[in-house]
Design a protein around this ligand. Structure first.
Ligand SMILES: Cc1ncc(COP(=O)(O)O)c(C=O)c1O
Length: 440
């Protein structure tokens, strides 16, 4: 059976009038192109234009689009074992739990879910039941998802207009080397004093019920703000001193993108709870919560429940196994490091050329390019950012800009880990052309 959308190439005017009539607007301005196909590092519109995808879809498609091994896995598994009663376990689910739970000591127990928000929801519930407390601290430029507790811990956007957040939701500033709030004598960021100051404020607001801190190792929606080396260890100490758990949300940084399997491995500090999503399914809906045997045991004894329709679903678990296989087989963690270095060097040389590129930051294949009005004031230039983004898209490159005024005008650049050197160079050439065009 073929369906209508398979047999027709939509007429553009009908398509957009149907969008106006029927698609509920959920935040972003829709790109005025109809995308009908994606393969590797490119998506294709109805005119057949190839658009280099430097955001890996929604920062997820680490293997590029429609990777042959993922296509093969989905085709095979959908005909064998699609979905189950949530109390039934299948080999793919147990095998993926074993693989994820064998990477780091202290992170052995795995819960498989569908989305990032859901994984953070489960992590926060785990922290609450294990500590017997309810207060959750996060960074003021965080993004952890759109569901209850995850949204309560999301501060970078989407907070106004929805009534009260969870009782006991606190935020502290993330350390920002480009715009430091606390500095050493030489002007560099003094993150330790900033962290001490922030926790003084948390302590004064807390009712003595601090359950967890939830953090992204690189705040992505917050404008690619990387936590400096040493920060995690200090943050973990702050948590331990207060009997709180540390939850790391590696939705975007996990599964190799920063040049480590998990970004926290650079710092040698293991979180109490790790959440994975976007990159784990490489674009398909799969997420995981990973924690220690001790935390899992306590939670279980206290009656922990996180029962969803798609918990432990076999089809996405099979996809997750294939993702891990390909990451390992093709050495993609090393690729993220080398390709990331190539891309960063290229962006840094563009910074030499264009005054409005204020900063290049991030690591591996999760990089940020910040557009400013002038380098002295470091004022974000949203209009220039828009012009560059549009000029890049017109030339066949999709880059995502964070342009909420409080966050600055930061392009988040996260190509698939499978991107070739030639594709990276093509992207850099388009960014250079787009900057040139936007300057005129
Ligand atoms: C760091 C981080 N955590 C969680 C989420 C939420 O994931 P999802 O949209 O799959 O619920 C996102 C989504 O952008 C994210 O960037």
């Amino acid at each position: 059976m073929t369906t209508a959308f398979e047999t027709t190439t939509p007429d553009a005017s009908d398509f957009w009038s149907d969008v106006d009539a029927h698609v509920l607007r959920y935040g972003p301005t829709f790109e005025r192109r109809v995308i009908t196909r994606a393969e590797g590092s490119y998506v294709y519109d109805t005119d057949g234009q190839a658009i280099l995808d430097f955001t890996s879809g929604q920062m997820s498609a680490v293997l590029g689009h429609s990777h042959p091994a993922i296509v093969e896995t989905v085709r095979r598994e959908i005909g064998r074992l699609d979905h189950l009663f949530s109390g039934m376990l299948s080999p793919a689910v147990v095998e993926l739990s074993k693989r994820l739970g064998s990477i780091e000591a202290g992170l052995e127990k795995v819960l498989l879910l569908s989305t990032g928000g859901e994984s953070n929801e489960a992590a926060i519930r785990l922290a609450k039941i294990v500590t017997g407390r309810h207060e959750i601290v996060a960074f003021s430029k965080s993004w952890h998802g759109m569901t209850g507790a995850a949204a309560s811990a999301t501060y970078s956007a989407a907070r106004r207009g929805y009534g009260p957040a969870g009782v006991g939701s606190f935020a502290i500033p993330a350390p920002n080397a480009y715009r430091p709030r606390f500095t050493h004598g030489d002007g560099s960021l003094d993150w330790q004093t900033e962290l001490d100051d922030a926790f003084d404020l948390v302590d004064s607001q807390s009712t003595g019920s601090l359950a967890a801190f939830i953090a992204e190792p690189i705040l992505s929606s917050g404008g690619i703000i990387e936590l400096p080396e040493g920060y995690f260890a200090a943050l973990k100490r702050k948590c331990e001193e207060r009997g709180m758990l540390l939850i790391l949300d590696e939705a975007q940084t996990g599964i190799g993108r920063t040049g480590h399997m998990f970004a926290f491995q650079r710092d040698g500090v293991t979180p109490d709870i790790l959440t994975l999503s976007k990159t784990l399914g490489a674009g398909l809906p799969l997420s995981a919560v990973v924690t220690s045997r001790k935390i899992e045991e306590t939670a279980h004894e206290r009656g922990f429940v996180f029962l969803t329709t798609h918990v432990s679903d076999p089809l996405p678990a099979a996809v997750g196994l294939t993702v891990l296989d390909i990451i390992e087989r093709d050495g993609l963690i090393d690729r993220a490091r080398t390709t990331g270095a190539r891309l960063k060097t290229g962006l840094q040389s563009l910074r030499q050329r264009f005054d409005f590129i204020g900063d290049v930051r991030g690591r591996g294949l999760l990089l940020g390019l910040e557009i400013v009005a002038d380098r002295a004031s470091r004022t974000p230039d949203l209009a220039m950012g828009d012009r560059i983004g549009e000029a890049a898209m017109a030339r066949g490159l999709s880059m995502n800009i964070v342009k909420l005024p409080a966050m600055g005008a930061v392009f988040r650049i996260a190509p698939p880990l499978t991107a070739t050197d030639a594709e990276i160079d093509q992207g850099l050439a388009i960014i250079a052309d787009a900057c040139e065009a936007a300057r005129r």
